[in-house]
Write a protein that binds this ligand. Structure first.
Ligand SMILES: Cc1cc2nc3c(=O)[nH]c(=O)nc-3n(C[C@H](O)[C@H](O)[C@H](O)COP(=O)(O)O)c2cc1C
Length: 161
């Protein structure tokens, strides 16, 4: 099962978190993960992917305009795939939750099955997706990997059944 990670990053924080997402998904057998910037998307891989993680910095309390532009102009068929999100912000309360909700709403419009694991598997809870302040504290980094592993594990189950 192919898993794509598509991120926007100007100063490297979201890119580093994308790498952690990849590390988490790679713990799940039967998956092949590829991480890509919005500036260098492997269209063939994305078309075949069953799961796409989208990562964004928080800009003025929402997701970045660059990620929005990429999605608004995306010609790839995203419908029917699982969509999951992660975000970085500069400070606690900087709006990453809202960035994630706004990004998730765009994925809904694209016809994706959006998923966050949420509180269904106990601690650590990942309500809307993974969040890191800048490139994350040690605890936040652990949460990112656990989140990604859980999403991948449940997607493998979903697409097998
Ligand atoms: C235009 C702009 C707006 C931003 N707005 C916010 C914000 O509202 N809240 C916040 O916590 N951080 C804000 N930031 C900081 C970034 O979200 C944060 O540094 C992020 O980790 C950058 O990701 P990157 O290194 O992947 O580009 C903003 C940064 C820029 C450039």
């Amino acid at each position: 099962m192919k898993i794509a990670i598509i991120y926007h990053s100007e100063t490297g924080n979201t890119e580093k978190v994308a790498d952690l997402i990849a590390q988490g998904t790679k713990k799940v057998e039967g998956t092949e993960t590829k991480c890509m910037s919005i500036n260098n998307v492997d269209a063939a891989f994305v078309e075949e992917a069953k799961v796409i993680f989208f990562g964004t910095p928080t800009y003025a309390g929402t997701y970045s305009w660059q990620m929005k532009k990429w999605l608004d102009t995306c010609k790839l068929k995203l419908a029917g795939k699982v969509g999951s999100v992660f975000a970085t912000e500069n400070f606690l309360g900087g709006g990453a939750d809202n960035a994630e909700l706004a990004l998730l709403s765009e994925l809904l419009v694209k016809g994706m099955f959006i998923y966050s694991v949420g509180s269904s598997e106990g601690n650590p809870y990942t309500h809307f997706g993974a969040v890191c302040i800048k490139d994350g504290t040690a605890e936040q980094k652990d949460r990112v990997e656990i989140f990604a592993e859980r999403v991948a594990k449940n997607a493998v189950k979903l697409f097998k059944e």
